[in-house]
Ligand binder design. Structure first.
Ligand code: SAM
Ligand code: SF4
Length: 353
């Protein structure tokens, strides 16, 4: 297929190629290949986690959403251009109506360019969907659980119920899915629980990943009070656990360590204390077809217009390559103590975590 786009030319620089014969890989201006697409299939959620959303969130009008067919077509275009890993996220991906249709369609692309299809979920719907996810070709999932204390869980998520999430987690394990538990490190809230979470994950064969809070979107709380640097957490953990560097890579931003006592891994996502942008291979698509080339920057490209402009993919392909050519070097998150304003106005639930 003849298609216009940006690509690395023979001189090794990024150039616009008006009529390429073959669709090329997406290489950004810093030479990084984009191979990982995160798709927020909805900005809605059945929880209201305190660090993620305000309680009275205003969601996007349903009429602005891409249909599931459109999301599948967009994902297909990215896969043709070198995306090998797809993660569905949100909001809560499993609350979007008929989302299993999309997951099955995307699952059919595994082995056909796509190597891995996965999701990040709050676990509330997992008991219902675990077997279907496995049948669709999903093998690994991330479940977000910040605490194993039911009361605290209700406080953090505002609307969530820990027993339902744990049921879902056990259903996923029984279905044969590999699980990683994501916990946001919250100062004074769950910082006394990491030892027991490591133990619990060890018993069940789950990896654990701790995440620093990121300044995304207005919430009701003060983020400077929530922020806990993971460098501090790691040195505390090392008093109790034997941690050694792991070369385990998932294509995501976490750095892993092996926990000798449990045989599992612990990951650290440290956007604030350690810049994780250097090897960034990711872009993020929202449920309205906006492509964010960086989680921590406002620049974005509209792909809904190009997607709907024609049935053939030429206009869409050109828009994708034009966007990749604008991928910035990195984010500049800082917790702005003076203004107490988020670094980026949109919530994590819009861009997808
Ligand atoms: N609803 C799903 C879930 O909770 O797993 C998927 C979407 S959620 C936005 C994805 C991840 O982002 C979750 O692990 C959540 O804890 C994390 N997250 C949300 N807001 C965050 C913030 N401001 N800083 C750091 N992590 C955040
Ligand atoms: Fe919902 Fe996930 Fe945000 Fe919690 S972190 S409010 S579960 S989108």
């Amino acid at each position: 297929m003849a298609v216009a786009g940006f690509a690395i030319n023979r001189a090794g620089t990024l150039a616009f190629m008006p009529m390429q014969r073959e669709v090329s890989a997406m290489i950004d201006p810093f030479g990084r290949a984009v191979t990982y697409l995160r798709v927020s299939v909805t900005d809605r959620c059945d929880f209201r986690c305190v660090y993620c959303m305000a309680e009275d969130m205003v969601f996007l009008p349903k009429k602005d959403l891409l249909s599931l067919e459109e999301l599948d077509r967009l994902c297909g275009a990215f896969i043709r251009h070198g995306v090998t890993k797809l993660r569905l996220t949100g909001g809560e991906p499993l609350v979007r109506r008929d989302v299993m249709w999309l997951i099955r369609k995307l699952g059919e692309r595994i082995g056909n360019g796509l190597e891995e299809l996965t999701i990040t979920t709050n676990g509330s719907q997992l008991a219902k969907y675990a077997d279907d996810l496995m049948a669709a070709g999903v093998r690994r999932i991330n479940v977000s659980i910040d605490t194993l204390n039911a009361e605290k869980f209700a406080e953090i998520t505002r609307w969530g119920k820990l027993p339902a999430v744990l049921n879902g987690v056990m259903a996923a394990k029984a279905a044969g899915l590999k699980l990683k538990i994501n916990a946001v490190a919250l100062k004074g809230v769950n910082e006394d629980e990491y030892d027991s979470m490591i133990e619990w994950c060890g018993v069940h064969g789950f990896d654990l990943c701790l995440i620093e809070t990121m300044p995304l979107g207005e919430i009701d709380a003060d983020r400077t009070e929530q922020f806990l640097p993971l460098s501090l957490v790691r040195s505390r953990l090392q008093r109790r656990w034997t941690l050694s560097d792991s070369d385990y890579l998932t294509g995501g931003p976490a750095r892993y360590m092996n926990v000798a006592e449990t045989g599992q891994r612990i990951g650290f996502i440290t956007p604030l204390t350690h810049n994780f942008c250097e090897g960034c291979n990711r872009v993020r698509l929202t449920c309205t077809g906006t492509l964010y080339m960086c989680l921590g920057q406002d620049d974005a490209a509209d792909l809904r217009g190009p997607l709907r402009a024609a049935e053939s993919d030429e206009v869409l392909d050109a828009a994708i390559f034009e966007a990749i050519a604008r991928k910035p070097k990195g984010h500049d998150f800082v917790i702005d103590r003076a203004k107490a304003r988020p670094a980026v106005a949109r919530h994590m639930s819009v861009t997808g975590g």
